[in-house]
Ligand binder design. Structure first.
Ligand SMILES: [Zn+2]
Ligand SMILES: [Zn+2]
Length: 117
């Protein structure tokens, strides 16, 4: 899976459920709600958790969005995420309007066809 191994040791990710979210990067609608927590593990037994963060991970392009904490209950109930629920974009992939190559949003030019983005 795409999102495994992106973050370092001591951070745990748990997929809470599948949600509907119109990804701004690829316009796909399938995503998962992830709970990420930093943890202190002792012989593989998590003994302490802190810093819980909720993320939306787009299943088609791998874009990652941070969700507002106060919206979590609502999201779990409705299995739906609105743009309003997003606090921050952590990582987003976009497609080149000319050749359709998936590229990182921070790129100024398409690495494949050279189109200015
Ligand atoms: Zn996407
Ligand atoms: Zn291109």
């Amino acid at each position: 899976m795409f999102f495994i191994g992106v973050f370092g040791i001591g951070q745990k990710r748990k997929v809470l459920k599948e949600v509907k979210f119109k990804c701004t990067g690829c316009m796909g609608e399938k995503a998962v709600l992830i709970q990420q927590s930093k943890s202190f593990d002792l012989f593989f037994i998590p003994v302490y958790h802190w810093d819980k963060v909720y993320l939306i991970n787009c299943l088609s392009c791998g874009s990652l969005y941070k969700v507002k904490k106060e919206k979590i209950t609502q999201i779990i109930e409705n299995s739906k995420v609105e743009y309003d629920d997003i606090e921050d974009i952590i990582y987003e992939q976009v497609s080149c309007p000319k050749c359709g190559t998936r590229i990182d949003k921070s790129f100024k030019y398409c690495p494949k066809c050279g189109k200015k983005l």
